[in-house]
Design a protein around this ligand. Sequence first.
Ligand code: 9MR
Length: 448
Amino acid sequence: MFRRLSASVALLAAALTATPASAADAPLRDLAAARGVYLGTAVTASRLTGGYAQIAGAEFGSVTPGNEMKWSSVEPTRGTYDWSGADRVVAFAEANGQEVRGHTLVWHSQLPSWLTGGSFTADELRRIMTDHIAVEAGRYKGRIDHWDVVNEPLNDDGTLRQSLWAKALGESYIADAFRAARAADPAAKLYLNDYSTDGIGAKSDGMYALVERLLAQGVPIDGVGFQAHLVLGQVPVTLEPNLRRFADLGVDVAITELDIRMQLPATEAKLDRQKADYASVLRACLAVTRCAGVTVWGFTDADSWIPDFFPGEGAATPYDENLARKPAYDGIAEALTPVGNPPPTGTACAVTYTVQSQWNTGFTAQVTVRNTGTTALDGWRTEWGYGSGQRVTQAWNATVTQTAARVTAASLSYNASVPPGGSVSFGLNGTWSGTNPPPTGLSCATGS
Ligand code: 9MR
């Protein structure tokens, strides 16, 4: 039974007014966490010392080994394992309080020659694949937050890529890989990952249909990764709706390998454009409640695959080759910084969050959105992050959704319109344990 602590109500009712976080002074990982997403980077294990390690640990909340967990790295000779690079990245993450994105269990590339050059029956190959998953995902059981279980399964036209695996096993290898990964590490979120699926098109349509089929078969797939190896000025305009349509299937989504390349030399104009492009990718993720986070594929131009693979192109990451921040860094920071309460001109809003009552495991909060502008609002949205595991269980007078720590609320038809100076309130019940601190990153935006 609930035990209302009515004496505490007055104290708890002190209103909290949103204050915008400053992009200038908070590490990206903190800005991201306040928005309920993670900001990650691919890393190279052998570089994890000095300034490189300092930035990787301080600025990013998740790390992905760029190569160290791939099959040719961990089992170059059949039955002989080398976990040194992978272990180093996982230990680094644990020392820095970071999540790990495991990459990748089943792929057509970077396979050892004993596998690509061998002659195996279909049954043998299936067994080799599921054994590999059991060994690798099993070794890191409980220490990997997201696993890219199957990487790059599709051709550019959305059909099944005729990889070593598909040639022998057809599409069934994908379902088997996910089942083996779930068995090996039940706590990890299991992802299907590919490139050129970022916008809506033939390849992402193929991915969408594949995910639908897998879900219909009960395959344990938790998320879809969008690599986002992008070209300057060409962030797909359909990135956000594309992420949203996958999320609407009931899976998480993530940007897993973001970089934005340009023709060298980099100029001020190109770097400014890159800043805007990075910001728009971050905003697309933030706009989709089930978007878990964004990972950049190397945080420094000194550690990027682009110059080797695209001669004449580069400068694709948020730090230059000397580990100095580029405008792209500011683009990420600005996109992650809550809108806050802008000055009262045009359409503008302010939001307050007040705990009205609290009992042993639950609480009731009221959120008030005020029109601080000079024209009527036609719709409003507000969002915040819960830093202590609080969960919304019920809400009224707004559409409220929560994914992990991030809560978003939107107006309903009957309270979307707010005159200048007017305000609307909505309420929610939530659960808490331990502590119930005020939300972080409380912000509001106008429009439906
Ligand atoms: O960043 C990786 C690079 O060091 C390797 O040489 C390359 C080999 O294919 O793989 C790069 O990472 C790839 C990732 O594993 C999957 N998506 C595409 C990435 C860029 O090629």
